[in-house]
Write a protein that binds this ligand. Structure first.
Ligand SMILES: [Zn+2]
Ligand SMILES: [Zn+2]
Length: 343
């Protein structure tokens, strides 16, 4: 099979590798769609994402979907031919966090596509059968690849317990930010505002729900009107510019990957009893994510802007970084090349 292997900064090569054989508890998947994530761009352009470094050749890609083409000895062969979306985090199930039911914080997490663990930018991958979720016909492979960022957005809303009537502010109108706004709307939030400096992203946000989408520079607003701030930009400036918006007892949930340190006005946190929370990936989101997309409560299709084949992986990553209208890029590992505007 062919795989896109990242060797070093901006050095990705298409190589032939042996097709994996599924272990007893695994299924082999033909990968049809892989979404490009901000972390993939960090690996490609910076050589690392957070603290994970590219130290040896690695196949990146963790947002993916495909078809089961082989089952391990312990798996019901009835799963052959099933269309599936894969949760890429494989938890150990025996560490302290796993035993406590917090598997997203697993101390031994094996996360596909997080260096040095190989991910999905290849024709075939084997994964534990329990990580491969069956899709209804109404959810496309491209949408199914996006269940991963949707799960990030759902988990952030879940952690912040966004509820009926909450006034929600989202900073950053990338895929996760727009999805966080859609999820907040599905949970009954109101006055959902999304701030970003990219006009194309603000336009797209407006098309996807009753959202106020604004550039922070031109935003006029009264302070202390936000119950939940979902930070999806990773930009300390974005965070600092909206902190005064937090209402008493407001919550801040951090989703975007930013710099290590950020300055924050402590008096506001103190006087308004603000809670600041981290949000790490997700747990237990896939079944609900599939249902929300199948029901049309969450729209993923409009976020998908570009399609590429496996040999165009480098081009796909550059397109996503350089083009302001590029939102979610999908790579199709079983196609060598792909016309940009499919359908
Ligand atoms: Zn991702
Ligand atoms: Zn664990």
């Amino acid at each position: 099979m062919r795989a896109a292997v990242l060797h070093a900064i901006e050095d990705i090569r298409i190589e032939v590798q042996p097709t994996p054989t599924p272990a007893a508890d695994e299924v082999l998947i033909r990968v049809d769609s892989v979404g490009v994530c901000g972390s993939d761009l960090h690996y490609f352009f910076d050589g690392h994402s957070g603290s994970s470094q590219i130290t040896s050749p690695t196949v990146i890609g963790h947002e993916f979907a495909g078809v089961v083409v082989q089952t391990g000895a312990g798996i019901d062969p009835a799963r052959l031919g099933e269309r599936v979306s894969v949760e890429p985090g494989i938890a150990c199930r025996h560490c302290r966090e796993c035993v406590a039911g917090r598997y997203n914080l697993c101390e031994n997490m094996h996360f596909l596509g997080a260096a040095p663990i190989n991910g999905a930018l290849r024709q075939y991958i084997s994964v534990p059968a329990t990580n491969a979720f069956t899709l209804p016909d109404s959810v496309t492979a491209d949408e199914a690849a996006m269940l991963e960022p949707l799960s990030v957005a759902m988990w952030a809303n879940e952690k912040a317990r966004v509820k009926l009537g909450d006034r929600v502010l989202v900073t950053g109108a990338g895929p996760v930010g727009i999805l966080a706004a859609q999820v907040a709307a599905a949970r009954g939030a109101r006055d959902i505002t999304v701030v970003d400096t990219n006009p194309a992203r603000l336009d797209l946000t407006r098309q996807l729900g009753p959202f106020i989408a604004v550039d922070p520079a031109t935003w006029t607003h009264s302070p202390a009107q936000v119950d939940v701030l979902i930070e999806c930009s990773g930009s300390p400036q974005a965070l600092a510019s909206v902190v005064t918006q937090l209402a008493p007892a407001g919550k801040v949930i951090l989703v975007g990957l930013g710099p290590d340190t950020v300055s924050f006005p402590m008096n506001i946190i103190q006087e308004r009893e603000i809670t600041i929370m981290g949000s790490h990936r997700y747990r237990g989101m896939w079944p609900a994510a599939i249902a929300l997309v199948a029901d049309g409560a969450i729209k993923l299709g409009p976020l998908i802007t570009d399609h590429f084949g496996l040999t165009e992986t480098g081009k796909a990553l550059r397109q996503n970084r350089e083009h302001p209208t590029s939102m979610k890029v999908i790579i199709h590992p079983n196609l060598a090349t792909k016309k940009k505007d499919r359908q």
